[in-house]
Design a protein around this ligand. Structure first.
Ligand code: SAH
Length: 353
């Protein structure tokens, strides 16, 4: 597969243009088409000379995603299935919030993390996405809001969360480049504050993120507050101890002056016992954290069940009594399989070889 135009950061285009024999300013023009105008075809970039477009087309593809499904849930959540050039599919979601939308995007096709409760984990990791494939999801969702705005929003502001398919810190190089594409003045010019990376904290992942030193939001998917119980539901986490992960998270929070979210999936009988709430409270209290409790989205092919309402409240109460801010989060779009890799799984076809 050729690289995508969006695999290249805007700052590299002037040099690449001169290598193709074109003046450097064409690089800015191209970036303007890609990020200012959201161009997805060669034809649309009409102030670039035809022969330049031809030389570029010999090296790059202008776009890498094709929308194959768009579903709208009762609560307004919009779920998209995109086909990549090699036939694999990924999901992305628009979640309407009060004053903005949240774009939930994927970083990989499948995932290597093997979390027991997650639909994406089922088929293992197929491949990581390129930076362009990550950024194009956001641009396709932004275009969807232009074409079909939410009536309650006067504006089209959005936040980006890496909570779709895949483990972003297991695809660090692409995610890092995508952050440049998101935040660069000549890219999408999005503030780091509007971007959230959600991670199970694979070994070295948080270390690499710390080296980047960017004030992006961070969510740690925990699922167990001590190593043994975490391993039961998130086996790959066995390599990354709870204490190490939370220490790295607290350092991130302090360095950037923003709280880190700890996400905790509530699975009946597995992660919802009050002793577990107490352990969780012990490791999160007096730290720059808040806890999001997420009742499991039950999978089609599994008998794990969501924690019932009264137990969710009891679990939350333990945290609140310990002074830990804890919120209950119900996933949007449950009726359309919008949660966590479920749509792709229902529609999965063998990709063409
Ligand atoms: N790999 C990253 C991002 C993808 S998962 C991570 O682990 O954070 C994003 C969030 O969805 C995680 O907090 C995860 O715990 C949650 N999640 C996954 N499957 C779920 C399910 N079936 N029900 C509820 N939440 C789920």
């Amino acid at each position: 597969m050729k690289p995508l135009l969006r695999d290249i950061v805007p700052g590299d285009w002037p040099r690449l243009m001169t290598e193709l024999g074109a003046p450097a300013y064409r690089g800015r023009q191209l970036a303007q088409w890609l990020y200012g105008r959201g161009a997805m075809t060669w034809q649309s970039m009409h102030n670039l000379p035809g022969d330049l477009r031809e030389s570029l087309a010999g090296v790059y593809d202008p776009a890498g995603l094709e929308k194959v499904e768009r579903l709208i849930a009762d609560d307004g959540t919009r779920k998209f299935l995109f086909k990549l050039r090699d036939g694999h599919t990924i999901e992305a979601v628009i979640i309407p919030m009060e004053n903005h939308s949240t774009f939930c995007i994927s970083s990989q096709v499948g995932c290597a993390m093997a979390c027991r409760f997650c639909a994406t984990a089922r088929g293992g990791l197929v491949r990581s996405l390129s930076p362009g494939e990550i950024v194009e999801q956001v641009q396709r969702l932004a275009q969807d809001l232009v074409d079909d705005p939410f009536p309650q929003h006067g504006q089209r502001r959005y936040n980006v969360v890496f909570m779709g398919m895949g483990e972003p810190l297991d695809n660090f190089a692409s995610v890092r480049t995508s952050l440049t594409l998101f935040t660069d003045d000549d890219g999408l010019n999005l503030s780091c504050r509007r971007i959230q990376i959600s991670t199970s904290g694979p070994p070295h992942g948080l270390h690499h993120l710390a080296e980047l030193d960017l004030p992006v939001g961070l969510t740690i998917s925990l699922g167990g507050a001590d190593d043994a119980s975490r391993r039961q539901v998130m086996p790959v986490s066995g390599k990354a101890g709870v204490t190490d992960v939370l220490d790295a998270a607290a350092a991130h929070a302090r360095r950037h002056g923003r709280r880190v979210t700890v996400a905790w999936v509530l699975i009946a009988g597995k992660t919802d016992q009050l002793e577990q709430a107490e352990t969780l409270a012990r490791v999160t209290r007096n730290q720059p954290f808040k806890v999001n409790l997420i009742p499991l989205n039950e999978l089609d092919d599994d008998d794990l069940q969501a924690t019932a309402g009264a137990q969710v409240l009891a679990f939350q109460r333990v945290l609140a009594d310990a002074g830990v801010p804890a919120f209950i989060r119900v996933s949007g779009g449950r009726d359309i399989g919008a949660a966590c890799g479920q749509l792709r799984r229902r529609r999965q076809q063998t990709p063409p070889s």
